[in-house]
Design a protein around this ligand. Structure first.
Ligand code: SF4
Length: 298
């Protein structure tokens, strides 16, 4: 319903608070389907047991309206802002920060944020430059899309960047991705989504890898050359035998997503970011009149 009394700042704040908690409790259907399919194709007894435990965990979280994992992560938001959306990005950021704070205090959620050197708590999942917000600006539009992707530390710690040289080619990219996932082993709570960013610059490749993990599972890059590499790496990574929780098995990753950018002729950056089985995400579409549509699957 359009709001006549609530400011757009408050609408975005409440949407952010809802998204953060919702994402932590109710994982998207495509992730549920991918976990169920993984259970069907897993042949290792231990792997099956792990996947059945994950499935029971998701069901109990649903029944008891509780979190699918205790790690409430770091709050990451992806915003697509229409050029005619009436709230300036500075105020959108303030609303996302206040919504994250509100959700953490009111639920209550575990607070994870600390000063990176002193390790002292900086507040209810907020701090200097936290939450982390990525921006896209859309011409000829007056809406706002917000996607919340809480990111657990177990998987975030398994992040890798390498500045390959062009002569390393696609073979070098594949080798580095395989080395990264084998190095990660069971630490990022597999099976999850491997996000890969290729091209651009060092920082942009990492940004792209992060974007890749937030896509619906099994979606494919629109560039057929990149999509073929997604298919190939998905197959290769599942031949590593790492298996669910690193205890051995057929299913090491649920999917492999790649985002790419064109790059300098002497660059070949590759970034790998892992998203654990609890690949949480939830979205809201905010209209200029304050109407909000929530979307768990976007
Ligand atoms: S990596 Fe994911 S599943 Fe593992 S503890 Fe962290 S949030 Fe939970």
């Amino acid at each position: 319903m359009p709001s006549t009394t609530v400011s757009l700042d408050d609408v975005v704040l409440e949407a952010a608070a809802h998204l953060y908690v919702w994402a932590l409790k109710d994982i998207p259907q495509d992730l549920r389907d991918a976990l169920a399919a993984a259970r069907q194709r897993e042949t290792s007894v231990t792997g099956i047991r792990v996947l059945e435990t994950i499935s029971r965990n998701v069901a109990i979280a649903h029944e008891q309206q509780n979190l699918v994992c205790q790690d409430t992560g770091i709050a990451v938001y992806y915003c697509r802002v229409g050029e005619h959306f009436p709230l300036h990005p500075a105020r959108i950021y303030a609303a996302l920060e206040a919504g994250t704070r509100q959700a953490t205090v009111e639920h209550p959620l575990r607070s994870n944020t600390v000063h990176t050197l002193t390790r002292e708590s900086t507040g209810p999942n907020v701090g200097y430059r936290v939450p982390i917000v990525h921006w896209d600006f859309v011409p000829d539009w007056d809406g706002l899309d917000v996607k919340c992707v809480p990111k657990g530390s177990g998987s975030e710690n398994m992040t890798f960047l390498k500045m390959l040289v062009p002569a390393d080619g696609v073979a070098g990219i594949k080798r580095f991705v395989l080395e990264s996932i084998v190095t990660a082993g069971g630490k990022p709570c597999p099976p999850g989504i491997v996000g890969i960013g290729i091209g651009g610059s060092a920082d942009y490749a990492m940004h792209l890898a992060k974007e890749a993990i937030a896509r619906p599972i099994g979606s494919r890059n629109t560039d057929p050359v990149v999509a073929r590499l997604e298919d190939e790496l998905y197959g290769l990574l599942n031949e590593t035998g790492i298996g669910p929780m690193g205890l051995g098995g057929d299913v090491t990753v649920l999917q492999c997503h790649i985002e790419h950018a064109d790059t300098h002729m002497t660059l070949n950056p590759v970034a790998v970011n892992y998203q654990c089985w609890a690949a949480r995400r939830a979205s809201a579409h905010v209209a200029a009149d304050g109407t909000v549509d929530f979307d768990r699957e976007a």
